[in-house]
Design a binder for this molecule. Structure first.
Ligand code: ASP
Length: 595
């Protein structure tokens, strides 16, 4: 391979095949950097040694596929390239075969390119030739292999479940596939194998996993594709603690072997949902840095600043945190940060800068404070805010007032921004965390009804069943999330295995009896044939890869992803189909007037 040859190979003859990475003409000598997935070797064509090969090399262009035989020679002193593992040698060509020429590529095959994403996807086969991309494919392969090794060792069976199935709800829209044989009827692609793995538990499989493709038709984001891959697993005769322990052990096993140099915090911290929101304003905190939140509502409610009073009296909250060393931020920087929170839905950001000239928070004087609220509130209120947020001289307190959900969303985005901006993140650290004790239901404002926080099959904590009717919002579920470096990898739960309980949950979230019988009758019936207690999880593989590579999105850890518009520019999918195909499927396309 092009990455293999070393100084000790000098004197051997070798044959390499690969792509022309670069050609350089140096007077009479021609140099080619020959590339394959393993690396690059420098090849030299010397007209005095082989005139024909040298002449042929003159035609070579980037991305031509060639095969070269020659002698491995140590580079002369000073000409070594320490950047390349093969940099001590070069291959002096004695023969050259052009296996296939190439058109001029639309972008250079090298890591530091700045190319429009759709173009990269249209020419994905060139994009994937880049070392950065190949290393992602290779790391992903390794991670998935390690998952399989570990689970096999623990007695899990890998079982495939159908792609053509019936809707299994995970809160997104289904992708539908029309049936040719049954006019007007549709399969749904699975949003997850949830019901199937539960049925496998009823089947006595005991331990199941699958590297499963899940299809969800929803608005796309950097970390969301129309189809994603998850490690789907399920176990029988377990309690929540058993599942969490297995997942923890598995993710340590995989991470330590895939990335031997990183540090993992062990055991994984476990935060309750309430604690995560309280401390980090999010249920997926990045624990690689601090910047913890404080709730300031009661401190500032009657402080004299009108906004605080209005918000607090209307049921909102005032929360914030201290950004260390930011007291000196200029207007421009504060404006920039403010725009982050306003685009996250907040009305604005209130800051208090405490000059580093103050000897301590206890002794601050008005000259040490810079803030819009300064002229409205007592200095003592400023002191209390600083104490609550842990601010010291030189820091800037950042606060947001408004409805709790909006405040938390904006604060957590701001926290992540500052974590990066202030360089507080040790990128060598992989920080996993379990979030537990989620509420089972959440109130859906748009639809004015209760909805499952996770999915309908998750069970309430023992003892909370009664509250399903009396106080649904107070029911805690046996639900857990796995988070890695602030990215939610996925969720799991202990499942309901009792027909009556499952029916009550369906009823609460608004499924009619007829609908339940029609759509979920098979599962409810299975529960009556001896369903073992079971639980499991579905944990995103794409997102795990994104966390492990440090990428900002999942596009580079998937070989053939789609754009944010759910388009595949390589295949130009989705695409129209022939009228007779539609006819065969009994489908007619109707244009709505607005389209
Ligand atoms: N089916 C769930 C999901 O895809 C995971 C689980 O509960 O196992 O999120």
């Amino acid at each position: 391979m092009c990455g293999d040859l070393r100084a000790e190979d000098a004197g051997k003859t070798a044959t390499l095949a690969g792509w022309v990475n670069r050609r350089r003409d140096h007077g009479s000598l021609i140099f080619i950097d020959l590339r394959d997935r393993s690396g690059i070797t420098q090849v030299v064509f010397n007209p005095q040694l082989n005139e024909a090969a040298h002449a042929a090399a003159e035609d070579l262009r980037a991305e031509w596929v060639i095969q070269i035989s020659g002698e491995v020679v140590k580079r002369r002193e000073g000409a070594e390239n320490p950047e390349l593992p093969t940099g001590d040698i070069e291959l002096v060509a004695t023969s050259l075969t052009v296996l296939n020429p190439s058109l001029t590529p639309p972008f250079e095959v090298r890591d530091d390119i700045d190319v429009d994403y759709a173009t990269r996807l249209e020419y994905r086969y060139l994009d994937l030739r880049r070392p950065r991309m190949y290393s992602r494919l290779a790391l992903r392969h390794k991670v998935v292999k390690l998952m399989r090794d570990y689970l096999d060792e623990k007695g899990f069976l890998e079982i495939e479940t159908p792609i053509l199935t019936r809707s299994t709800p995970e809160g997104a829209r289904d992708y539908l596939v029309p049936s040719r044989i049954h006019p007007g009827q549709f399969y749904a692609l699975p949003q997850s194998p949830q019901q199937l793995k539960q049925l496998l538990m009823v089947s006595g499989v005991d331990r199941y996993f699958q590297i499963a493709r899940c299809f969800r038709d929803e608005d796309l984001r950097a970390d969301r594709q129309p189809e994603h891959t998850q490690l789907d697993l399920e176990m029988s005769f377990v309690e929540q603690e058993d599942v969490l322990n297995l997942i923890e052990d598995l993710y340590i096993y995989v991470t330590e072997r895939a990335l031997p140099d990183v540090e993992i915090e062990k055991p994984f911290p476990r935060l309750t949902y309430a604690e995560a929101l309280e401390r980090f304003a999010t249920d997926k905190p990045d624990l690689r840095f601090g910047l913890e939140m404080a709730t300031l509502t009661e401190i500032v409610r009657d402080s004299g600043f009108g906004v605080f009073k209005t918000v607090a009296d209307s049921g909102g909250v005032i929360r914030g945190f201290s950004a260390p060393g930011c007291a000196g931020y200029a207007r421009k920087e504060v404006d920039e940060i403010t725009s982050i929170v306003t685009s996250a839905g907040a009305h604005g950001l209130i800051t208090i800068a405490i000059s580093k000239d103050a000897s301590s928070i206890r002794n601050i004087s008005p000259e040490n404070v810079r803030s819009v609220i300064k002229s409205h509130v007592e200095l003592d209120t400023v002191r209390k805010i600083c104490t609550a947020t842990g601010a010291a001289p030189g820091d800037m307190v950042m606060m947001i007032a408004g409805p709790e959900g909006v405040v938390n969303t904006a604060l957590s985005i701001l926290r992540n921004h500052l974590g990066r901006r202030l360089d507080l993140i040790d990128t060598n650290q992989v920080s996993y965390l379990f979030v537990v004790d989620f509420p089972l239901f959440e109130w859906d404002e748009d639809e004015s009804k209760w909805a499952a926080m996770h999915h309908v099959f998750s069970s309430p904590r023992p003892g909370d069943e009664e509250k399903i009717d009396s106080d649904p919002g107070a029911v805690i579920g046996q639900l857990y999330d796995l988070v890695c470096n602030g990215i939610e990898l996925g969720s799991g739960s202990i499942r309901i295995t009792n027909r009556q309980l499952q029916e009550r949950v369906f009823e609460l979230i608004g499924h009619s009896r007829a609908d339940v019988a029609e759509r979920f009758g098979h599962l409810l019936r299975a529960f009556e044939y001896g369903a073992p207690p079971h639980g499991g999880a579905g944990l995103g593989v794409d997102r795990l890869m994104m966390a492990l590579t440090g990428d900002d999105g999942i596009g580079d850890v998937i070989a053939f992803p789609k754009t944010q518009q759910a388009v595949d520019p390589l295949f130009d999918a989705p695409a129209p189909v022939e009228p007779d195909q539609l006819e065969e499927l009994h489908i007619a396309i109707v244009q709505r007037p607005s389209e």
